[in-house]
Design a protein around this ligand. Structure first.
Ligand SMILES: C[S@@+](CC[C@H](N)C(=O)[O-])C[C@H]1O[C@@H](n2cnc3c(N)ncnc32)[C@H](O)[C@@H]1O
Length: 287
């Protein structure tokens, strides 16, 4: 077996081992080694001669083997950066994506025009990514976060506690907005990144081998959850409130038509992400 006594030797070995796979990125080896050694990547570059203990070698070999099988780096390190938060992630939650930060930016820009004192709800919160980023940047907001998955909510709660937001974000296990409405006051802002991948495509997607199906499966045409949320939203969204939903790049026209039926007279827009792809639907309700 190749000797991995030093940082330099371990990185060379990992590069060669992962080069034979189609899943790995060039930085995967350094990220995983830094995780094992409890340092940052700059420290690896600065000290290539640093010695690994036998336990560190064994752990690193095991992580590289799992990465070669396609397990995402975030599940191996248990961490993922989102907006300006570092979040805990496990295979019970979707790994938050950079595209979703665009939804957070749109929500923050709108909320600030309203003075930031608002009631908002994140539907399908997963790791808590959207709800926690908004809670952190809108200290005057009351924040609710819903998910059907109990396991996901446990991770979201742990993330809230880590970032000192445990008192400000109220987590709820529920099916979309079914627990809201009635006596619950309306929300000024509803944000959602729901599963939107058409079910027939899932079998061929590598992502579906590792991330929870409940977070990905959007039903036969990808729009089952989006349609249901849209149908529930009118009795929960306040007058002049905003609904923001992440969508798949091909769904812009369909979701715009749906929103126009459900919210006649509303201002409806599809916003592009930084790659120029349709990514977020916004529906601003009239009075
Ligand atoms: C695409 S993931 C998004 C997670 C997180 N908001 C993010 O952006 O990283 C969708 C989330 O919706 C949740 N979900 C699926 N069906 C749901 C339902 N009927 N009601 C509430 N949440 C649901 C899943 O458990 C998953 O956490």
């Amino acid at each position: 077996m190749t000797d991995l006594h030093t940082v330099a030797a371990a990185l060379t070995w990992a590069r060669q081992a992962l080069a034979q796979t189609h899943v790995a990125e060039p930085l995967d080896g350094p990220v995983l080694l830094a995780h094992v050694l409890g340092c940052d990547r700059a420290a690896l570059l600065a000290h290539p001669e640093r010695l690994l203990t036998p336990e560190q070698e064994t752990t690193f070999r095991a992580l590289i083997a799992r990465r070669a099988e396609g397990v995402p780096v975030a599940y191996l390190t248990g961490r993922r950066a989102f907006f300006d938060l570092e979040l805990l992630v496990t295979p019970d939650v979707l790994i938050p994506r950079p595209e979703t930060e665009h939804l957070v930016e749109l929500a923050l820009a709108w909320a600030r025009t309203r003075g930031g004192r608002l009631r908002l709800i994140d539907v399908g919160t997963g790791s808590g990514a959207i709800a926690l980023a908004l809670a952190r940047h809108l200290p005057g907001a009351q924040v609710w976060a819903v998910d059907r998955s109990f396991a996901a909510l446990q991770i979201a709660r742990a993330n809230a506690a880590r970032h000192g937001l445990g008192e400000r974000v109220h987590f709820l296990q529920a099916d979309l907005l079914t627990a809201c409405g009635g006596a619950t006051p309306p929300f000024d802002l509803i944000v959602a990144n729901l599963p939107y991948i058409p079910a027939p495509l899932l079998a061929d997607l590598p992502v579906a081998r590792h991330e929870p199906l409940l977070a990905l499966d959007g039903g036969p045409d990808g729009l089952t959850l989006i349609r249901r949320l849209m149908a529930q939203a009118p009795r929960v969204l306040a007058a002049h409130g905003l609904l923001l939903m992440e969508i798949e790049a091909t769904q812009g026209e369909q979701v715009t038509a749906l929103a126009a039926q459900v919210f006649p007279g509303a201002t409806i827009q599809v916003h592009q992400d930084y790659a120029g792809l349709p990514r977020v639907l916004s529906v601003e309700r009239k009075g």
